[in-house]
Write a protein that binds this ligand. Sequence first.
Ligand code: ZN
Length: 142
Amino acid sequence: MAKVSSTEKEIILIAPCGMNCGICSSYLAYSRNIPKKRGKVGHCIGCRPRNKKCVYIKCHCPLLSNNSIKFCFQCDHFPCERLKHLDERYRKNYGMSMIENLKIIKLDGMEKFIKNQNKKYMCLKCGAKISVHNKICYDCKK
Ligand SMILES: [Zn+2]
């Protein structure tokens, strides 16, 4: 199989809050055709592709809602209280920081960020992505 650059697809998976939907268990389950199980395995096509208002931030943010900004770091109030709450939850539960992600994107650019993400969340067995939520690789199930 030829290796195609999936950068555009990967960029679309970076949510306004700095979450990489590409390592979200719901996205991985959906994109790998893992059977949906109520309350167990969620399915999601990613925050941006879904284009639904994010319950954590977008519902409450006029700038994101009307597309004035694409990422939270473009806001004068970055990081706002809501983002800080979300960030705290993720740092505590999953060892990941949205705010750090956004700072890296702002500083180094999207391409570098995605490259590092791919390295950081790569399955050592098969090279696919592992989930930030449960550390499972949905390709080889390790
Ligand atoms: Zn794997």
